[in-house]
Design a protein around this ligand. Structure first.
Ligand SMILES: C[S@@+](CC[C@H](N)C(=O)[O-])C[C@H]1O[C@@H](n2cnc3c(N)ncnc32)[C@H](O)[C@@H]1O
Length: 201
């Protein structure tokens, strides 16, 4: 099971992310996650791991407005989430979220979809827990790219059940879950998708 493997990766995870140059582009954080929010904003980070995204966003937007929930199946990853007042950790899986309907303003799924046992179920759950007009943001490694192929190949050896994820599948899962979605931009190694839950759904 994936959890077992991330148990061993957890102590070196932040170091690996830096070494491999996996990062969260500023433009994406600004445009897709926050977009000038100054009212209270509840963000759920599915597969949030060691809380890198939460820490980054909160350190750039200090104050009481943002509340992050970092959800991950791995206790070892969650143990490394920075202890901050507005970051909460929850152990769980993206396919079976322990939250009520219409709870969050934003859901982020960063570098995690290909680890999910059932990405389609994860999209359905993200849709369910988002408030109407809520936004889901997905960042995935572009599995067509040479460097990503090598990393995914290694992940397939050391972590089990790594899924094929591509643009078409992301669009399909998003649409089936009920989102109005679109690919937002493509960087050299990554795909970004943004989906919105219509008002009244
Ligand atoms: C590559 S890490 C990404 C962590 C974080 N999002 C980041 O960008 O630093 C993938 C994470 O997905 C988590 N994961 C694996 N299966 C999952 C599932 N079914 N639901 C939610 N998270 C899962 C792993 O425990 C791990 O923390």
């Amino acid at each position: 099971m994936v959890v077992i493997s991330f148990k061993y990766i957890a102590p070196v995870y932040n170091f690996l992310v830096k070494a491999l140059g996996i990062h969260y582009p500023e433009r994406v954080i600004r445009l897709l996650v926050l977009r000038g929010e100054n009212r209270s904003c509840e963000i759920l980070d599915i597969g949030g791991g060691t809380g890198l995204l939460a820490e980054r966003i909160i350190s750039k937007n200090p104050g009481p407005c943002l509340h992050f929930t970092v959800l991950d199946p791995s206790c070892e990853m969650l143990k490394r989430v920075p202890k901050m007042e507005n970051i909460k950790t929850v152990q769980g899986r993206g396919e079976d979220l322990p939250f009520d309907n219409n709870t969050f303003d934003r859901v982020t799924v960063i570098e995690t979809l290909h680890h999910s046992d059932d990405p389609s179920a994860l999209f359905r759950e993200a849709f369910r827990v988002l408030k109407p007009r809520g936004v889901m943001v997905v960042q995935e490694p572009d599995q067509e790219k040479f460097l990503v192929k090598i990393i995914i190949g290694l992940e397939r050896i050391f972590l089990r059940s790594i899924k094929r994820v591509d643009e078409d599948l992301i669009k399909k899962w998003g649409k089936e879950a009920g989102f109005i979605g679109r690919l937002t931009l493509r960087r050299s190694q990554q795909i970004f998708w943004k989906g919105k839950k219509r008002a009244g759904e």
